[in-house]
Design a protein around this ligand. Structure first.
Ligand code: AVI
Length: 328
């Protein structure tokens, strides 16, 4: 049994490493060079992201926490709807800090639900499966480790109950707008009429506030970006010298696109996996991440475009962030 589990585990991690390697090589061979920000989140990246969420300039987490702590009753009442039993599915649950506000209130209200956090990290899922039933006695939890849509399908096959999907933290902003709409359409296809989505989206605001959030004075965002180069060194036998790259964030108030780049400080060659050599010219960039900011109108348009009906919106006091409920 344990040999079987071990073989499966090795096969799974080899597949993961292969797609990481292929994506990295394709991205760095392209013009302009790019890396996919979904690879930021190895154990080190998770830690740096936690640090980021606590830093002064990174406002989105605090805004969403304010919404969840101050509007808990309104949010959970809307999600409970007619009071029928439901599955509460969270895409990219992380430490579930924000959702814990909702879970606690749903338990207090004696709502009949199962919490199904989905995360690509198996560490995250086993952590939640173990810790949440202790902090929230009475919680039914079934963590699902895998890709969002594969796990949504699995969740639907386990139970036919109404679904409420949480997609928080403006994770949707890490896709360019057309891809975000496509993602929401795909999400809609996995849901049935009457199911709900609670989605967190970061809003357009003073450009200086946005830019500062991605250019914190302690350099955590810089380390967060450079960590991907270090991850390539660790996992794919790369030889990046991270001191030869600088972090360059930009924000375009017109489009709402906040983008991060790493800039090569000199002409240099980097080898990956002992065989692929990538050449960088001085000042050449790697496009690392988009963190899209939205207008309120745009959030409704995305919902409608994807086949949802926008139901309610909850804002923080400064109106910097919105959590919207959409109905399928
Ligand atoms: C996870 N995601 C919504 C964060 C964001 O704001 O785009 C990731 C992040 N990147 C830099 N700082 C935080």
């Amino acid at each position: 049994d344990s040999t079987f589990a071990q073989t499966n585990l090795t096969a799974a991690s080899t597949t993961k490493t292969n797609s990481f390697y292929n994506d990295v090589i394709t991205g760095l061979r392209a013009t302009p060079k790019r890396l996919n920000s979904k690879y930021f989140y190895d154990a080190n990246g998770d830690k740096l992201f936690q640090e980021l969420m606590n830093c002064e300039e990174y406002y989105p987490t605090n805004c969403e926490l304010e919404i969840f702590s101050e509007k808990t009753d309104e949010i959970t009442s809307a999600l409970i709807a007619d009071g029928d039993a439901f599955d509460l599915i969270e895409l990219g649950a992380g430490d579930a800090m924000k959702s814990t506000y909702l879970l606690k209130d749903l338990l207090d209200k004696k709502a009949e639900f199962t919490y199904l956090p989905i995360d690509i990290s198996d560490n995250v899922i086993s952590y939640l499966n173990i810790t949440l039933p202790v902090t929230l006695p009475g919680l039914n939890i079934k963590g699902l480790n895998g890709e969002y849509f594969d796990m949504l399908k699995k969740a639907a096959s386990i139970s036919p109950r109404r679904k409420v999907v949480l997609f928080l933290g403006s994770n949707i902003g890490n896709m360019p707008v057309p891809e975000a709409i496509e993602f929401c359409r795909e999400l809609r296809k996995h849901l049935s009429e009457g199911d709900m989505v609670l989605i967190g989206m970061d809003l357009k605001k003073d450009p200086k506030v946005v830019l500062a959030a991605y250019n914190d004075k302690d350099g955590i965002t810089k380390r967060f970006n450079l960590n991907l180069l270090e991850r390539i060194n660790r996992e794919l036998e790369g030889n990046f010298d991270v001191s030869k790259f600088d972090h360059y964030p930009t924000y375009d108030p017109e489009s709402g696109a906040c983008k991060s780049y790493l800039i090569s400080l000199e002409d240099q060659l980097v080898t990956i996996g002992g065989k692929e050599t990538i050449s960088f010219q001085k000042d050449e960039y790697i496009y690392m991440e988009i963190s899209q900011k939205f207008t309120i109108m745009q959030t409704d348009q995305i919902a409608i475009n994807a086949g949802f009906v926008p139901l309610t919106q909850f804002f923080d006091g400064k109106k910097w962030f919105v959590d919207a409920i959409w109905v399928a």
